[in-house]
Design a protein around this ligand. Structure first.
Ligand code: DX5
Ligand code: ZN
Length: 219
């Protein structure tokens, strides 16, 4: 398994030095995870469109925008215009996930669907083969630095089963509590895209932290 992606989550970065933090992780990975929170879907506020627009000017990294907002459809175009490459919405926040996936694709962006740990995994399964990425949340969304929820492993496996049965190439992403102990387990369960906030940014040597995560999942 050499093709596991590590996507550092800037929620855990030193935002006063955001461009420097991004330049540092860019030495070791091409993907950057950006958490957008609205204070409604989750009890926290984070980055908006102007921040994405601004950091876009200084990096070519792939921007993976995770929308934790109650009205994601209103924000697909603004974030796409600001420089997002991948747009992920939560299945709980839309009436019609197919409509949301189509809207993202029309903007020429990769479409992701995410699911809250409290939502039955069955809710996302009909859409697994229709999108580019399924983001299985392994903590309750809203904050970094939480403990990985063990039950996520069987949820990842359930999504993996649908992908394999349909010969699809959808990527499974996992977000929350990823560290060198949990990373190999989520990869064994079927994930190949690991979002990591505190595991990368709380280590002063971000490059080394990414390398460690990558090497612990090389089977
Ligand atoms: C939580 C966010 C995560 C967060 C993960 O709602 O979606 O992306 O940054 O942080 P860690 O890796 O510290 O659990
Ligand atoms: Zn996230």
């Amino acid at each position: 398994m050499n093709d596991v992606v590590i996507a550092p989550s800037i929620l855990a970065a030193d935002c006063g030095r955001l461009n420097e933090e991004i330049a540092e992780v860019a030495k070791e990975t091409s993907y950057l995870h950006i958490d957008v929170m609205d204070g409604h879907y989750v009890p926290n506020l984070t980055f908006g469109v102007p921040i994405v627009e601004s950091i876009r000017k200084s990096t070519n990294m792939v921007f993976d925008v995770h929308l934790m907002v109650t009205n994601p459809l209103d924000f697909f175009k603004p974030f796409a215009d600001a420089g997002a490459d991948m747009l992920t919405f939560h299945v709980e926040t839309v009436d019609d996930p197919d409509e949301a996936i189509t809207a993202i694709r029309k903007l020429g962006k990769r479409a992701g669907i995410s699911i809250h740990p409290d939502t039955p995994i069955e809710k996302v399964l009909p859409y697994v083969t229709k999108c580019d990425l399924v983001l299985v949340m392994s903590v309750r969304p809203g904050f970094g630095g939480q403990h990985f929820m063990e039950e996520s492993l069987e949820r990842i496996a359930a999504v993996r089963k649908v992908i394999d049965e349909n010969n699809a190439d959808t990527v499974i992403s996992v977000d929350g509590g990823i560290c060198i102990e949990t990373a190999p387990r989520v990869v064994n369960a079927g994930a190949s895209y690991l979002v990591a906030g505190s595991a990368v940014f709380s280590n002063n040597d971000h490059v080394k932290a990414i390398k460690e995560l990558r090497s612990c999942v090389m089977l």
